[in-house]
Design a protein around this ligand. Sequence first.
Ligand SMILES: Nc1ncnc2c1ncn2[C@@H]1O[C@H](COP(=O)(O)OP(=O)(O)OP(=O)(O)O)[C@@H](O)[C@H]1O
Ligand SMILES: [Mg+2]
Length: 1078
Amino acid sequence: MEVKTSLLDNMIGVGDMVLLEPLNEDSFIMNLRNRFDHNEIYTYIGSVVISMNPYRSLPIYTPQKVEEYRNRNFYELSPHIYALADEAYRSLRDQDKDQCILITGESGAGKTEASKLVMSYVAAVCGKGQEVNKVKEQLLQSNPVLEAFGNAKTMRNDNSSRFGKYMDIEFDFKGDPLGGVISNYLLEKSRVCKQPRGERNFHIFYQLLSGASDDTLVKLKLDRDFSKYNYLSLDSANVNGLDDAASFRTVRNAMQIVGFMEAEVQSVLELVAAVLKLGNIEFKPESRVNGFDESRVKDKNDLKEMCELLGIEQSVLERAFSYRTVEAKMEKMSTTLNVAQAYYARDALAKNLYSRLFSWLVTRINESIKAQAKTRHKVMGVLDIYGFEIFEEGDNSFEQFIINYCNEKLQQIFIELTLREEQEEYIREDIEWTNIEYFNNAVICDLIENNQNGILAMLDEECLRPGTVTDDTFLDKLNTICAEHQHFESRLNKNSKFLTDHSLPHSCFRIQHYAGKVLYRVEGFVDKNNDLLYRDLSQAMYKATHSLMRQLFPEGNPAKVNLKRPPTAGFQFKASVGVLMKNLQTKNPNYIRCIKPNDKKVAHIFTDSLVCHQVRYLGLVENVRVRRAGYAFRQPYESCLERYKMLCKKTWPHWRGPARDGVEVLLTDCSVPTEEFAYGRSKIFIRNPRTLFTLEERRRACLEDLATLIQKIYRGWKSRTHFLLLKKSQVVVAAWYRRYAQQNKYQKIKSATLVMQSFIRGWKARNILRQLKYEKRCKEAVTTIAAYWHGTQVRREYRKFFRANAGKKIYDFTIQRIMQKYFLGLKTTTMSPMDNSWPAKPYGFLEGAHTQLRRIFHLWRCKKYRGQFTEEKKAVYEEKLEASEIFKDKKALYPSSVSQPFKGDYLEIQKNPKYQKLNSAMEEKVLLADLVNKINRANGKGSPRLFLLTKSNFVLADQKTGQVKASVPLPDLASVSVSTQSDGFFALKLKEGSASASKGDFLLSSEHLIEIITKLHRIGTTAADRDQINIDISDEFLVQFKQDKVCVKFIQGGPKNGNSAACKRKNNRLLEVSVPSP
Ligand SMILES: Nc1ncnc2c1ncn2[C@@H]1O[C@H](COP(=O)(O)OP(=O)(O)OP(=O)(O)O)[C@@H](O)[C@H]1O
Ligand SMILES: [Mg+2]
């Protein structure tokens, strides 16, 4: 955001008209227009604010703006109403000066808006806190209430204030608001009954009908339709941009905040409804015997409803509209009212009722907002009074006269106070005062208010005069008394210079107000000034049960009948204006002069002629002239020096001495002509705006130079700083780099050194090692040589002492010792021939002896073992040995026979008596007796037979009988055939041609096959007379059965055959023996 330090910065046109050059009306208006076009609606004339109505909302009233203007000097920022409000508030708070803010201007110029802006600004900047906020809120919320009842849409303004308002806001010493007092001035009550074309009645009527709930309307006996009410003008009932219903809600809310009780609000609304009802009461004439017409209420419905609403007896009110009681000298007379009088009475009642209700509202608000604490307080008054009003075509009446009178007074106080203030400042500052010509409107005020011959006094006189008094008699009186007055114009005056002025009708008079000529129609002046309400009516009102109504018409109390006439409206107004003026004079004035830019109530249009007119009658150009009288511009020394000190080397950048001296030095240095300025006590006064502008221009140029200088210095500083930073950084970078490089280099050197060192150390160590080894070898060689040498020496010396065989002896001894040890070691072996263990040989040279010894020892051990045997046992072993020789590794049956001892006689033939006979038949000793099976050739089945073997023959005998079946001498036996397998079959083949051969060979089987065959073989071996018996071992052999040879074939059979071999006849020539597989 741009920071402003003076109003002179970035001005559009000039912000203060005092600086206008050249100063004339055109340039003044041009400046206003220029600023208006740039949305600058505020312009100063010194400390006066001119405000142009923008007719649209501008973004210049935000909380940020409030902050911007808060606690700033008046000329510090561009012109704003906030600057004035801030100045007034600070001067009230800090300098303890009561303030008043006078807002003037035409109707629609923005006075009410300005007053609200001032109040809202003060509310925003003053203290905070729960209590304070409540007061603020009540003060602010009084506005909508009063506006609803006192404002109306007029031709000039959609929200025109139809009453004058002066509000005192009271503050404590800290500047916190305590409360307030509102004074109201003359409500334009005629509006209640009749509104000019295109205008409306007071807002509240429309708001009530649009915004109240149906319930409320029923209670108030009202209808929402505006057209039902005579008092409401219909042609402009709805106003663009006004939402009556919403406003009604705002008003009710505001009333609540201000502190109205719900019952009070209801009462107020009832009275408003009563006014509307009253307007609908109509009258009709009723002829009387005396020939006069008497008025009667036409349709009593509205009257009834109104009476119900207010609790009035209908007949009482009805009578009051038909009769009037006149009291004179303690006598009471009743006269009838005609229809016109009845209407007059009705309207008078409505106007009075409404205006009194309005005054009651003000009083009630005052009760709520009045300061609680009785401490001394400071006051800020805000005056928002109706603006100067001129109706076209001379439609101006008593109200306009009063309003314009009030404005006239305000203008006067403005002139007085501005001049006085200006003068006071000159005196205060010790500057010579030069008089200036300006129009003083005191003369017009005098015309109106003079107690002897003022217009108001005359009007009062007329009203009080006995006899027939009409508006015309009043005009006549004016014509005679005021004819000579330079500001009074009338045609009726015989000597009048206006006799031929046709713009001035006969029933009118014209006053040259400060703001222009206004033509007043005299009609209604007397009545309005009298403001008569028939006593019967006020008494009827007093009889109402509605308490607020009774309150409003206290004069209706029969107990307090006052025959004195009440003061006239004009008198009352004059008095209250007088009080107001006195009040204002005691305060420090602040002016806001509102100007309306066009008649169309629209934005962006600036009508030169209209503005020119306002500027003219507001005397703004004169105001500037007064302000510039002598000196156009003034400024405290400090701020002047601060602003221009760069123009002089001595004051730049600091001036050490007093500010005044500084300004003197500065102005001298700038060669400002001495007649162009004057030194006040605290301010420098500059005569001509041009001088100021020259200074400004030089300042601007100087600021540019300064800006360049600052830029230059800044850029230099920035570049230098940047350079220094770069340099510093470069040093740091270089240092780090060097460090890094040096570290690298050092590491390399270090590792190189280490390598070299290790090589040198290695080389040295190897040298030393070689040296040491050499020395060691030398030592060893010396020792060896010495040993040999000593040995030789010793041997040579001791040879003669050794015997020649000493060596052999030692040798023998050693061998003996070794052998001894060896033999002792052999002692561990056992005597069992089965034991295979034998100690390992201790020395290589014992190899042969060791093996031999082992063999010899074994043989010896066996011999020893054999030596223990008996002859029988020996024979058995011999048999076993023979069996081994025959069958070992040839027949599978053999291994199982090894462990079976050869018993020979299995039948115990000698002992068994069964075989007694057989035994005795045997000639020789039976070597073997056993039970065998003789295999039958026919079926291969075996039949048991006893087999006996002696030294010369074998015998087969019947098992049961012991009868010998066959006895074959052994020499007939040619050979024996057996299989290779584990069966017990054997064939005893007989020699062909022998005696025994006729029966054929025997195929037998026995469990003791091995023993039988061995024994047969042994007998053959030992018998000298016979050949050795051949033993065939083969799985296929031929057996001679009688004539046929049958082949016996052994096959490996399956397990199903059981454990024993089975013989089967296959065919005539083949017997098959299946042997179980092992
Ligand atoms: N500062 C402003 N910003 C925006 N609109 C404004 C401003 N001042 C006035 N207006 C507009 O102009 C209208 C008339 O203003 P205002 O009611 O203040 O006039 P007034 O001078 O009080 O007139 P009257 O004498 O009839 O009461 C306002 O309703 C509003 O629309
Ligand atoms: Mg207003």
